[in-house]
Design a protein around this ligand. Structure first.
Ligand code: SF4
Length: 463
């Protein structure tokens, strides 16, 4: 399905509503019905006619105009959200697909920036010169500050800004927030993770990525003063007093740009000196050549996000294939690194069990992976209304949002019902544990009551 076809379907739905309904309904009501019809048509691959028949629109119309909108909406909800109960928040927001030109173009693992904006304060640094040398055809623009460089792009919408981000690289001097606690989500059990901020912006295009909503940067931001991180890491290591995980994968993929930044070689050597801190380099790519050149040590863990192949292909555009990620993990182990995995987001659809069990089996059929995996996280697909609207404008294939039921939680995020999440976590836990791995399994961004329903103990942790 292309973006143009999606737009045609939406336009047909609005025409249908206008022609079929014997009364005029307001814009918001029309938008709600259109969203329900669109999601059903996408998820179940059924025509407008079939949906109208399933809801029995003709009989509802014959019954008279009173309560017409509510009756049709109720019928559509029964199809799209069979477990809906009074009080559940569905947040049926308008469909905003409006321009095929903002569909994203996938990344091919090669950075080809048109412009490199360089803050004056870092322009003579060795790291900066090395980085710029790799892109002889890029225009280099010296700026006083990131804000000054970003001003040229300020008239663009967040989606328009996000798509061409790989064309503009900002080399800056990071001055603050080198290390911060993972913000997690209010009301969820924290796993004690910390974030080392080595840049902002990721070249990979995951449909579910919150950065496409959160980012207002017109390019990928990379700190040139990577050497200065050492002192902050050493100071923080003294403060924590116990084994603590810290990762660089919050605002970017830890290794997707490593062949250009070479950050891994700096970080791996910095963490060689730490007593408590363990660095996690979390990625969806298989190119770990720079990491393999470094001597491994116990304070560095390489990790991969995992999903069934077809999910990765559709919804993690520009990432490495799952088989390649597993092979990279094997190379890391062979070199002497500890490894970890993240099944986050777990995506629900008919037949998810088979696919996810297969991935677990593909991974753990390797003795080395059973033995050297130190943690596995589980998290289910979650997103804000804004993210869903942004993804709908950027990707023509969005079925991950339309299969399975999502209800808005207290914090405004769409999530699968708790019972379903618990079931998914328990099945995953059983499949993983059947391989007798000692890996610590934990949930990401889940509240106490979800933990309590699972086979996992929230008091366990990384030792
Ligand atoms: S559970 Fe996930 S989101 Fe929460 S602190 Fe840990 S890594 Fe961060």
């Amino acid at each position: 399905m292309s973006m143009v076809q999606n737009k045609q379907i939406i336009s047909k739905i609005y025409t249908f509503l206008e022609q079929k309904l014997p009364i005029k309904i307001g814009v918001n009501k029309k938008n709600e019905l259109a969203r329900l019809i669109y999601e059903i048509s996408q998820a179940k691959k059924v025509s407008l006619k079939e949906i109208a028949e399933a809801v029995d629109v003709d009989t509802i119309i014959k019954d008279g105009k009173s309560n017409l909108f509510h009756k049709i909406k109720k019928g559509l909800i029964a199809i799209r959200y069979p477990s809906f109960e009074h009080g559940d928040n569905l947040h049926l927001m308008p469909l905003k697909i409006r321009d095929e030109n903002i569909e994203c173009k996938p990344w091919d693992f090669n950075l080809k920036p048109e412009s490199i904006f360089v803050e004056k304060s870092v322009k003579d640094m060795i790291w900066t010169c090395e980085f710029i040398k790799k892109f002889p055809s890029a225009k280099v623009v010296v700026i006083n500050s990131f804000a000054e460089g970003a001003r040229n792009f300020s008239r663009m919408t967040p989606v328009e800004i996000y798509n061409p981000r790989r064309e503009n690289i900002f080399l800056i001097k990071n001055k603050s927030a080198f290390i911060k606690i993972c913000p997690c989500t209010k009301g969820c059990v924290r796993c004690g993770y910390w974030i080392l901020n080595v840049g902002f912006g990721c070249p990979i295009d995951c449909t579910y990525c919150y950065l496409q909503m959160y980012s207002n940067s017109p390019g990928i931001i990379l700190p040139a003063n990577i050497e200065e991180y050492f002192n902050y890491i050493v100071e923080f290591d003294k403060k924590v007093g116990k084994r603590t995980r810290i990762g660089t994968g919050e605002f970017t993929d830890s290794l997707a740009l490593d062949k250009y930044t070479n950050y891994s070689s700096y970080l791996i050597s910095f963490f060689r000196e730490t007593k408590n801190l363990v660095l996690e380099l979390k990625t969806k790519v298989a190119d770990i050549n720079n990491v393999l050149k470094q001597k491994p040590h116990r304070n560095v863990v390489l990790s991969w996000s995992m999903n069934p192949d077809h999910i990765a292909e559709k919804y993690e555009q520009g990432s490495s294939k799952i088989e390649a990620r597993i092979n990279a993990a094997l190379l890391a182990v062979k070199k002497g690194y500890k490894i970890a995995f993240h099944f986050d987001p777990l995506v629900y659809y008919d037949g998810w069990e088979n696919d996810y069990r297969n991935v677990v089996e593909e991974m753990f059929l390797h003795e080395e992976i059973i033995k050297h995996t130190v943690w596995v996280s589980l998290g289910s697909l979650r997103y804000t209304p804004g993210l869903k609207q942004a993804a709908e404008q950027r990707f023509s294939e969005n079925n991950m949002f339309y299969r399975g039921e999502f209800f808005v939680d207290e914090l405004g995020k769409f999530r699968y019902p708790k019972e379903l999440r618990i079931d998914m976590y328990n099945k995953m836990t059983n499949w993983i544990r059947s391989f007798k791995t000692h890996a610590w399994i934990y949930l990401c961004m889940e509240p106490e009551d979800v933990w309590a329903g699972t086979l996992l103990n929230k008091e366990d942790g990384f030792k």
